[in-house]
Design a protein around this ligand. Structure first.
Ligand code: HEC
Length: 250
């Protein structure tokens, strides 16, 4: 039955079909030629195509303080993950240009709140890891491993904004890369709720810290002086894991 129906709808002879296919291909060729010449927002589609095939992308020394300042300000635009990626990559959009310039950084907004509010990996760490991957490729994983270890073991935030949008008293060591754990411990210590100016500024400053740490390690990597310090989590625990076993297993 099905085959019959299909034949009914397809009354063209094989020759005719082949002709149509050739016409289509010729048309597609013209389209492609046109597209190669067309420009969109100052860059040609041809250059976009070549940008796609390059990975990782070129590095130029990142101004670490600038990375922090951008991340802090951009937290207030699209939150932690976007803030951190943009802190590292906007300086490269300016200094290197393409392919960084065409990357829509807003695409990484989704990492906020440990990925759309699910409290998993801190969005700053996800953002830093995305940036490190674009710049250093596979080597970026070692950098991210070190950044995550550092984040978990450090009293944060460290960054001091020139014009703070809010002030608060406490720093905190999370012992965990999880958004939920990190932010909850800090809120408990500071005595504030999640939807407060203090908590927002804490996360904005954390974004600056992670952008600066990532940029620092990427600069060292590019200069050939980077030495990974943290070992493999999976090999250490014989499974992918965080270190704070007691935090969940009691
Ligand atoms: C973020 C919370 C969290 C952390 C941190 C964590 N675990 Fe787990 N782990 C769990 C949960 C949840 C389960 C599932 C338990 C269940 O439902 O029975 C689990 C299961 C396990 C299991 C198998 C089942 C069981 O309950 O024994 C082992 C073994 C284990 N974890 C070991 C570890 C070790 C070792 C570490 C630290 C190196 C660790 N875990 C860190 C949350 C965590």
């Amino acid at each position: 039955m099905i085959r019959m129906t299909r034949r009914c709808h397809n009354e063209q002879s094989p020759e005719k079909i082949e002709l149509t296919r050739r016409k289509l291909l010729a048309g597609a060729g013209k389209l492609a030629a046109g597209a190669a010449l067309a420009t969109a927002g100052g860059f040609s589609l041809a250059s976009m195509a070549s940008a796609k095939s390059t990975y990782p992308w070129p590095h130029k020394k990142i101004d670490v303080q600038e990375a922090g300042n951008i991340a802090y300000e951009n937290w207030y635009k699209d939150y932690c993950c976007y803030a951190t990626v943009s802190g590292v990559l906007i300086p490269l959009q300016k200094s290197v240009g393409e392919p960084y310039a065409s990357l829509p950084l807003e695409a990484f907004r989704f990492g906020h709140g440990g990925t759309v509010g699910w409290g998993t990996l801190c969005g700053t760490l996800l953002g830093g890891a995305i940036a490190a991957s674009f710049v250093a490729g596979k080597e970026g994983e070692k950098i991210s491993n070190d950044v995550i270890a550092w984040y978990s073991a450090t009293e944060l935030p460290i960054y001091k904004p020139a014009n703070p949008k809010a002030t608060f008293k406490h720093v905190n060591k999370s012992d965990s890369p999880l958004c939920h754990v990190s932010v909850s411990k800090w809120m408990e210590k500071e005595g504030v709720e999640f939807f407060t100016p203090q908590r927002k500024d804490r996360c904005a400053r954390l974004s600056a810290d992670v952008a600066m740490k990532t940029a620092t390690l990427l600069n060292a990597w590019a200069a050939g002086t980077y030495k990974p310090v943290h070992g493999s989590q999976a090999k250490t625990h014989n499974r992918p894991s965080q270190n704070n076993c007691d935090g969940c297993h009691g």
